[in-house]
Design a protein around this ligand. Structure first.
Ligand SMILES: Nc1ncnc2c1ncn2[C@@H]1O[C@H](COP(=O)(O)OP(=O)(O)OP(=O)(O)O)[C@@H](O)[C@H]1O
Ligand SMILES: [Mg+2]
Length: 359
């Protein structure tokens, strides 16, 4: 057996450079990818997490890791699609998934790539399916035909040992049951329904309140709720995912909501973060953009108030702070612009007053 030195920890260390928090999801994916690459059975993974919590970012990071790492490209045949594509009759799931895995493998193996090797790479592919919650089988009590079609298409791929697909007029057949599937979606409404079930103790022991003492000495009761502790397959069936489909995801991971400290890190740390990108813009004018700790905390705090947006809220907050300076980058004389807490507070206040700051 060919030795394979990649360890899950190496993948997770790399993913952590781009993805903040979400340790459970990172670890689970890292192990599954290694298992899959060495040919061990690996669980299909379903990522559930609020909008802006990092699902797409995580999938992209894994894809990036697998395609950029020297020595891996021979093993890793990975594509990322939006679940909606699977409902497109014109394209058909065969072409959308297998055709793309085929094209990918062909490109990687180069002009000398033998057909057998290409087909083997298709069978050992990794498929990221984003926005999988959009293919629910019913929406507000009405059947959603496109969703049902797409779930069936995926199911066919997940369990079928002989699927045909066409590429450039040629028909090929593969066993697609060995493809690794990683799907992700926000599943809005799921949170509410699981919380309701956990609160009344339906099918589970009801949540027990815990006593919390605040800094001012005030005592109150809180219900600790993390959806992952209570989520059952039944909740996903009720949401409109078919049992056959969803039960093929042996591993379901609920992503964490991002805390203020995570948001602050997301704002500055990853390559391509909002702050790094902005700095690069100002550098073009010979200006060094800096930010005080107070400003950073204020931006993260403001973003955390906009719960439904997750980390996307950071962008909106920062735009308010920076847009005048982007138009007219005037520095204080030493080639430095420092974003301070005051500037952030002013920008936030201008929103609250309903008067967008002057452009
Ligand atoms: N955990 C995270 N680590 C690093 N960046 C993150 C994280 N979560 C979100 N972001 C940032 O916020 C933006 C939105 O994140 P992302 O697209 O991953 O959200 P999502 O979970 O896929 O949301 P949706 O359900 O709306 O598709 C990205 O630009 C990314 O930079
Ligand atoms: Mg997304």
């Amino acid at each position: 057996m060919e030795s394979f030195s990649l360890r899950p920890k190496e993948i997770s260390d790399d993913l952590r450079k781009t993805v903040v928090g979400q340790d459970d999801a990172i670890r689970e994916i890292s192990v599954a990818v290694v298992k899959h690459l060495v040919g061990h059975p690996a669980p299909n993974i379903l990522l559930i997490g609020n909008s802006g919590s990092g699902k797409t970012t995580l999938m992209r990071a894994v894809e990036q890791f697998l395609t950029s790492r020297a020595g891996l490209s021979r093993f890793a045949n990975v594509i990322r699609i939006n679940a909606n594509v699977l409902a497109e009759e014109r394209q058909g799931y065969g072409r959308a998934v297998l055709g793309r895995l085929f094209a990918n493998a062909k490109a990687r193996l180069g002009p000398g790539g033998a057909l057998d090797d290409i087909l083997q790479a298709v069978e050992r592919g990794i498929l990221f399916i984003d926005e999988v919650d959009k293919i629910r089988g019913d929406v507000r009590g009405q059947p959603n035909v496109r969703g049902i079609v797409a779930q069936e298409a995926l199911l066919t791929l997940m369990e079928n040992e002989n699927v045909e697909f066409d590429v450039d007029g040629q028909t090929y057949a593969v066993n697609s049951s060995g493809i690794l599937f990683v799907a992700g979606g926000a599943f809005e409404e799921l949170y509410e329904s699981v919380l309701r079930r956990a609160t009344i103790g339906q099918d589970v022991a009801p949540m027990k309140p815990v006593v919390v003492v605040s800094a001012s000495g005030e005592v109150r009761e809180e219900l600790p709720f993390h959806m992952g502790d209570y989520l059952k397959y039944d909740d996903l069936f009720r949401y409109g995912m078919t049992p056959q489909f969803v039960s093929r995801f042996e591993s379901i991971i609920v992503l964490n909501d991002l805390a203020e400290s995570d948001l602050a890190r997301i704002f500055v740390e990853p390559d391509g973060s909002i702050f790094r990108t902005s700095r690069a813009y100002f550098q073009r004018f010979g200006i060094d953009l800096q930010i005080t700790r107070g400003a950073l905390i204020a931006i993260a705090w403001d973003a955390a108030q906009q719960k439904r947006l997750g980390a996307r809220a950071l962008r909106e907050t920062f735009r308010r702070v920076i847009r005048n300076l982007e138009f007219d980058p005037v520095d204080s004389g030493a080639g430095i612009i420092t974003v301070d807490e005051n500037m952030v507070k002013k920008a936030i206040d201008s929103r609250e007053a309903g008067t967008a700051s002057k452009r």
